[in-house]
Design a protein around this ligand. Structure first.
Ligand code: PXP
Length: 241
């Protein structure tokens, strides 16, 4: 069964909205672990809009499951990650005006810079994953650039309005996954997955990890983080291939 990585960024978003010290994403990570999370994911953005350096350092010291840092390939952030040495770094595109990470990293276009960042992180013992759209050129480029894993962007599936669009998106994910496996890449998935739409993705064999944030944190506001994670985990178990 695929691992559940819980993205806790939006706990920090609520904290930053008032500039106080609550709610604490580090505490949320503990609760997520107690609910059955297999991994904790955070995104240290260049603009520090939610997760702060202090959060990243404390998470590194306290998280007992897999710690996955999402990051841009900016020099300052790569240096921070090499020092922090989380279990895994997922390289993502980052634009200051975006609400959340929109679409995948263009590994084809930025291959030289991406390859440098991948090599530096791997030299520090970090597993490196590429957050990409499920298209063959990006999968091929990710393998050539030295990534250990790819995280396929599930946004097209999550945002599909018709069953036709949904079927097309699922087919693209399956094709990209097969290609990833042929290139010896571990295959993850994430973005826009919710309690309502995760079943079909969870039922596809071959995904090693799902990273889910907004939907879990939204439910956690109402039922608590531990319970919210438990409910998502139950769905993954129920629909596992
Ligand atoms: N995976 C990656 C690489 C992401 O950038 C994000 C959003 O931060 C997620 C997964 C989680 O997306 P969502 O919050 O829509 O579940």
């Amino acid at each position: 069964m695929a691992l559940l990585g819980v993205n806790i960024d939006h706990v920090a978003t609520v904290r930053q909205a008032r500039g106080t010290d609550e709610p604490d994403p580090v505490w949320a990570a503990v609760e997520a672990e107690l609910g059955g999370a297999d991994g904790i994911t955070f995104h240290l953005r260049e603009d520090r809009r939610h997760i702060q350096d202090r959060d990243a350092r404390l998470l590194r010291q306290t998280v007992g499951v897999k710690l996955n840092m999402e990051m841009a390939i900016a020099e300052e952030i790569v240096a921070f990650a090499c020092d922090l040495k989380p279990a895994q770094c997922t390289l993502v595109p980052e634009r200051r005006e975006e609400l959340t990470t929109e679409g995948g990293l263009d590994v084809v276009r930025h291959s030289a810079r991406v390859a440098q960042a991948v090599a530096r992180l791997r030299d520090h013992g970090v597993v490196v994953s590429a957050f990409i759209e499920p298209v063959s050129d990006q999968v091929r480029a990710s393998a050539e650039t030295g990534f250990n894993a790819i995280e396929l962007w599930t946004g097209a599936y999550a945002h599909a309005r018709t069953s036709e669009q949904r079927t097309t998106a699922l087919a693209a994910l399956s094709t990209a996954m097969e290609m990833g496996h042929r290139s010896k890449l571990e295959v993850h998935a994430g973005h826009g997955l919710t309690y309502r739409n995760v079943a079909e993705i969870a039922a596809i064999p071959g995904f090693v990890e799902f990273n889910i944030g907004h939907s879990i944190v939204s439910r956690a506001v109402l039922v608590g983080m531990r319970q919210a994670v438990r409910e998502m985990k139950e769905l993954l178990v129920r629909h596992a291939p």
